[in-house]
Design a binder for this molecule. Sequence first.
Ligand code: COA
Length: 319
Amino acid sequence: MTYSRIAGTGSHLPEKVLTNHDLERMVDTSDQWIVERTGIRRRHLAAAGQTTCDLAEQAARRAMEAAAVRPADIDLVIVATTTPDRVFPSTACLLQARLELGDCPAFDVQAVCTGFVYALDVANRFIQTGGARCALVVGAETMSRIVDWSDRSTCILFGDGAGAVILRASDEPGIVSTHLHADGRYQHLLTTDGGVSDPPPGGNPHIRMSGNEVFRVAVNTLGAIVDETLAANGLEQGSVDWLVPHQANIRIIRATARKLGLPMERVIVTIEEQGNTSAASIPLALDTAVRDGRIRRGETLLLEAFGGGFTWGSALLVY
Ligand code: COA
């Protein structure tokens, strides 16, 4: 059997930092409220002119270096993003050219905050069926471009960044199971007020969210996907080494960890410093914990995410 193994990880955060105290000067909020309700203290923002592809490029270069792969080795590029540089070409094609990868399939995946889990699943299927042997999978976002900076209920949440992994075909596990879901009936709870074919009233589209309802569905849905993933693999609560969750809200993360039977010491949390970077948050968290030595080869990781759509998903893998 052919598995997809993570051969290397990389990430990149833009230099500029926006603190909760900075936000206090922009909208009617407080550091205390934001920390208590979300766990966020700071987030990084792309500079003017700095694009999603710029962030993706840095993360991808680090992942390639960590995996010791050359541009010619890569035969598939998938970028998960909600905030592509352009309508087209895809950010994956822009990235492929930047990295001088040569001819290989390259495309974007749009599943908002679940985007990286979707992209990982797709790349895994390419590798398992022989369609690729070495895939570059990136989650990259400039969410700050679609944030309404006058809306205190959303502008406190989001940040920019990118994370990447190199997946290689291997006889050893690897990704052992993936579970993807979507339910478009919830589209109105977490959305933008327009797009390309349905333009927003005032120019650029902005995030609109019913935070409280999203919170409730997210906790229940992520609880259910923990059960689904454990059952599909015949695993007990507490038998996974690490939870690497999408970083939307520390209270959602805590609830999912409880469901998984893991103490918070076994959960990778970056939300305090990074906020919600949508599709970038899981590979950013993964790279952080790989580089600081917490996550080691042979350990079992559960990756999970929930986002607009609604979409949600998980990946269980041996690192
Ligand atoms: N600062 C201070 N007060 C704020 C505020 C802010 N930034 N944003 C909202 N409030 C106020 C509300 O106006 C409301 O006031 P009211 O009671 O006078 O009407 C009060 O705080 C409570 O609002 P509510 O929305 O019920 O708060 P909450 O506890 O649900 O927390 C979120 C709000 C957004 C932090 C929370 O709902 C959340 O994280 N939801 C999920 C969001 C998410 O994960 N989205 C992405 C999914 S990938």
